[in-house]
Ligand binder design. Structure first.
Ligand SMILES: [Fe+2]
Length: 197
């Protein structure tokens, strides 16, 4: 017997052992973080603000560590590329009750969600169950709900999750009074033969 895989893998989770400069994120958030359309009940984001975290000197080693992980995604999804670009990055901060509403990242090829600081009970990452409607006629064992709308991914400090930009996701509401800090990067594989203007 062998299991036959007909779909590509969609989500990877790594651990960035060296960890992140938490104070650098807190300093930046104290100046740039604001309420945002995806952040609910007190969550704040620096999305769209200048000096994005992927360009910071303190994240240089992380970006070098990250690059081959992005390539694994692009190869798994048969993306034609010669170069990898970061099209933007930001950091979110959640305190008690804050959460991120369901959203996707549009045309982004690979989303990178890095967990700079995750206090206990500050909420996990949730992905929409892509094939939910295909299974609704089967009598399945209920877990959270019988309709199985979301798949929960446990996240801890220094975890790094990569997934395609079209996958709808959200976070659970934080039950912690500590600051939950995330660092998200949008990346694309680009074929330089196709970008001559
Ligand atoms: Fe997101």
């Amino acid at each position: 017997m062998s299991e036959v895989k007909i779909l590509p893998n969609l989500v990877w989770k790594y651990n960035y052992e060296p960890g992140f400069d938490v104070q650098a994120f807190l300093d930046y958030q104290s100046k740039e973080a604001e309420l945002h359309q995806t952040e609910a009940d007190g969550g704040k984001s620096t999305a769209g603000h200048p000096n994005p975290p992927h360009e910071w000197e303190c994240n240089r080693d992380f970006m070098m560590w990250l690059r081959p992980k992005i390539e694994i995604c692009l190869r798994e999804w048969d993306v034609q590329y010669t170069d990898i670009v970061a099209t933007g990055s930001w950091t979110n901060i959640h305190n008690i009750n804050a959460h991120t509403l369901p959203h996707d990242h549009g045309s982004t090829n690979v989303v990178v969600s890095a967990y700079v600081q995750v206090p206990e009970d500050s909420g996990n990452l949730m992905f929409e169950q892509l094939m939910r409607t295909n299974w609704t006629h089967y009598s399945r064992i209920p877990e959270n709900t019988i309709h199985d709308y979301w798949k929960e991914v446990n996240v801890q400090t220094n975890d790094v999750v990569l997934f395609p930009g079209w996958m709808t996701h959200k976070t659970q509401a934080s039950r912690s009074t500590g600051d939950r800090i995330t660092f998200t990067i949008n990346t694309d594989g680009r074929d330089r033969n196709n970008i001559i203007l």
